[in-house]
Ligand binder design. Structure first.
Ligand code: ADP
Ligand code: MG
Length: 519
């Protein structure tokens, strides 16, 4: 007799076909609607409370989705859209998530009207290609110079809880930071832009340090706390007697022998300090230990030293000063040293904070972020992070487009006029894609207190006449206008990435027709 064949365990759940698609689409829509009210400069904030009771107040799409405890597998895929958007271009996460959610919602309508999922998927892909074309057509003329970068940074930070005054100052800081570390091919290594955050002053006190800021105190109190025009050594070796890392044993039979052994060690320690002083070193950053006796000799020689700096700090100091990282003191010479305009240690509350100012060619900068409370500092950091992403993307690829929904209005227009050229039911999907893209200007308008339908009608009419129209928010006023006139611009890379990642996620979810969940 044959055994019955169980493929799935009894407790696993299975949904298939239209039910699976409906449930996935609904989950995606729910995620999108959770972030849509935060879109744009008039977006609202969300307060997120985790199981430990910790509170995060934020307006940042990636953070909100990251903190939300989302279980539904399809909804999790939308969270991944936001994450991939964040890591690819550093901004546009809300846009990408809203778009993906809208694409799913429109797809659901099509599925209800008996359009096959395959037709929807293919139509969405065609639509994406048309949309990318339309983005190309919106790229603004002219070089992306410092002014343009400042404008980009400002529009990326507007509405992020930094306050208007602070936003203007921060935007300049962000642009200067990126320009300082970019290489000749305009490439930027984000590790070269460090953020050091501290409460105790308003966000407007945030400053750009062309160098490194870190929490750290001199290896001993008797060292100088400030050095100008410093020659800097970065060492990855312990500053103590060589045998320090292995246990050494002396067989000592007399007091004389003990003295001799001790003074040999002492001479070695003194020699370490002398070697450094003779090489002309003023400041030492050591990623390993500096023993107390060596620190004392260094202090006697007027050398400032920091022990146990992190690997990231050592790298940053080397990048900021041009110092070579040395694994040994043997053969250390002037060439190995870097230059700093100044190194100073300041007392902040209970801690020492060290500021190293590099020179004009410093390849590392630190944004010293201030804020009155932890929440403000955190949100300022996130705003700066978005702005950095935007400015780096724009500086690297050199293309910007008008913001405030103008690109989306143009994309939707292009899709509607292109839909008729697409054959069969796929054209319905292209039209649905256009409706989904409309959600961006519509949501911007809605969040700014306009009637979304009236705003869309105005936007289309103006786009028809002038070729560009956005919902431009300037302080208290909201107008349908040319965003570039009001300095509202976005990097083309952010828009392209949002269209691509949203389409990819939505079509991936639509291709699923069977959900089998183990219990
Ligand atoms: P995202 O996570 O997608 O970047 P944001 O909340 O940062 O979400 O909103 C970005 C949108 O806000 C972009 O479409 C951008 O063009 C728009 N935007 C930025 N500043 C303004 C402004 N002053 N007026 C209108 N829209 C703006
Ligand atoms: Mg943004």
């Amino acid at each position: 007799m044959q055994q019955p064949l169980y493929v799935l365990s009894e407790s696993s759940q299975r949904t298939s076909g239209l039910d699976a698609r409906r449930s996935n689409a609904a989950a995606g829509r729910a995620v999108a609607s959770a972030v849509r009210t935060t879109l744009g400069p008039r977006g609202m904030d969300k307060m997120l409370v985790d199981t430990a009771g910790d509170v995060v107040v934020t307006n940042d799409g990636a953070t909100i989705l990251g903190e939300m405890d989302i279980e539904h597998p399809a909804a999790r895929m939308l969270v991944e859209v936001a994450e991939s958007q964040e890591s690819a271009v550093g901004d546009g996460t809300t846009t990408a998530a809203v778009l993906a959610g809208e694409l799913l919602a429109r797809a659901e309508d099509l599925l209800d009207d008996d359009v096959h999922a395959t037709a929807v998927v293919e139509g969405y892909h065609e639509a994406m290609r048309l949309a990318l074309d339309a983005v190309d057509g919106m790229v603004l003329d002219g070089a992306v110079d410092r002014d343009a970068l400042v404008r980009l940074a400002r529009s990326a930070m507007t509405g992020k809880g930094t306050g208007d005054l602070a936003t203007d100052a921060l935007a300049e800081i962000v642009a200067d930071a990126v320009l300082q570390v970019a290489d000749d091919d305009r490439r930027v290594d984000r590790d070269d832009i460090r953020v050091f955050a501290r409460t105790g002053a308003s966000a407007a006190a945030t400053e750009l340090v062309r160098g490194v800021v870190f929490e750290g105190e001199p290896a001993t109190d008797t060292m100088p706390r400030g050095v100008e025009d410093a020659a800097v050594a970065v060492l990855d070796t312990t500053l103590d007697v060589r045998s320090g890392e292995v246990d050494t044993e002396y067989t000592i039979t007399s007091a004389d022998q003990l003295d001799a052994a001790l003074s040999a060690e002492d001479a070695e320690r003194r020699a370490i300090a002398e070697t450094l002083a003779e090489a002309g070193v003023d400041v030492v950053f050591c990623s390993k230990k500096v023993s107390d006796p060596v620190a004392a000799y260094l202090a006697d020689a007027g050398v400032l030293a920091f022990s146990n700096v992190t690997a990231a700090e050592a790298r940053a100091v080397a990048r900021a000063t041009g110092a070579r990282r040395l694994g040994t003191l043997d053969g250390i010479e002037a060439d190995d040293l870097g230059a700093a305009a100044s190194v100073r240690v300041e007392r902040h509350g209970d801690d020492d904070v060290t500021f190293l100012e590099g020179t004009d060619d410093s390849r590392t900068v630190t944004l010293y972020v201030r804020g009155s409370t932890d929440h403000v500092v955190d949100e300022t950091e996130r705003a700066i992070d978005d702005a950095l992403g935007v400015v780096v993307a724009a500086h690297e690829d050199g293309e910007v487009v008008p913001g405030a929904g103008a690109v989306e209005v143009a994309v939707a227009d292009r899709l509607r006029s292109g839909a008729s050229a697409v054959t069969g039911r796929k054209s319905l999907a292209v039209e649905a894609f256009a409706d989904a893209v409309d959600a961006i200007p519509r949501t911007l308008a809605e969040n700014a207190g306009l009637d979304p339908i009236d705003a869309l009608v105005d936007l289309r009419a103006r786009h028809e006449r002038e070729g560009v129209a956005g919902v431009v928010i300037d302080g208290p006023s909201v107008d349908v206008a040319d965003p570039a006139d009001g300095d509202v611009v976005d990097p083309a890379a952010v828009k392209r990435e949002a269209l691509e990642s949203a389409t990819e996620a939505a079509t991936m979810i639509l291709r699923i027709d069977d959900v089998i969940a183990a219990n």
